[in-house]
Design a binder for this molecule. Structure first.
Ligand code: 13P
Length: 254
């Protein structure tokens, strides 16, 4: 059985002291029997100072990295540097990086490979825009994002996929359980074609896009939804804890 995985993507938000208070609030609210995997992804500059605050209950990751280990790449941070300070994982291919910062599938493949080589875990994001969904192109877009980045040359052992429909991110418009399930099942089928049924069955696929405490359980109760990548609601300790409790309830079938 796949263990649920809930991650908070803070995006470009919070000060260091607000981040510390948020983590302390989340840890204080966590049920003692929390049996789901948890991580937070603060901005780069907070990764190292926040590592001491996690008390082994949460992992910490970065929201991006470059694909070279070192060199003349002003302003970039390498996956080797992230590992060096104790960072556990990295988000690659978030829609804001694809659509605001112009990252292509080709660049993202290099980033996924470099992050895995450095020993990081990876959350690789995929998802269609509203016009693509309305044009009936959801599966075609996901197909490209999967097949142009993953494949037999990229081990999925330390990879989680996050399905984040762009129209649901920060809009308050969540995919229904059925819409999420349909996309997740498609992603798992495509992974099965690339890697075989065993790898596809064990791969975790998170849903992201306006996840809140009130819809977390319904979304994560779908058979192919193995967790959540949470933006806005991860900035409030009580909401994030509510989402974690929703994941626990979905996992235990309660
Ligand atoms: P929201 O939860 O704010 O919609 O953001 C989702 C997201 O982009 C997480 O990576």
């Amino acid at each position: 059985m796949r263990r649920k995985y809930v991650a908070g993507n803070w995006k470009m938000n919070l000060t260091l002291s607000e981040g510390k208070a948020l983590i302390e609030g989340v840890l204080a609210g966590l049920p003692g029997d929390c049996a789901v995997d948890l991580a937070v992804f603060p901005p780069f500059v907070y990764v190292h100072p926040l590592l001491g605050f996690l008390k082994g209950k949460l992992e910490i990751g970065a929201q991006n990295c470059y694909f070279e280990p070192s060199g003349a790449f002003t302003g970039e941070v390498s996956p080797v540097m992230l590992r060096d300070v104790g960072c556990h994982s990295v988000i690659i291919g978030h829609s804001e990086r694809r659509h605001i910062l112009g990252e292509t599938n080709g660049v993202l493949k290099k980033k996924v490979v470099a992050a895995l080589e450095a020993g990081l875990k990876v959350i690789y994001c995929v998802g269609e825009k509203l016009d693509e969904r309305e044009a009936g192109r959801t599966e075609a877009v996901l197909h490209g994002q999967i097949h142009e980045v993953l494949g037999p040359d990229v081990s999925l052992e330390r990879v989680t996929i996050a399905y984040e429909p762009v129209w649901a991110i920060g809009t308050g418009k969540t995919a229904t359980g059925a819409q999420a399930q349909e996309a997740h099942a498609y992603i798992r089928r495509e992974i099965g074609k690339l890697y075989g049924p065993g790898v596809a069955e064990s791969l975790r696929i998170q849903y992201g896009g306006s996840v809140k405490a009130s819809n977390a359980r319904e979304l994560m109760s779908q058979p192919d939804v193995d967790g959540a990548l949470v933006g806005g609601a991860s900035l409030k300790a009580d909401e994030f804890v509510g989402i974690i409790k929703g994941a626990m309830a979905a996992q235990s079938g309660r």
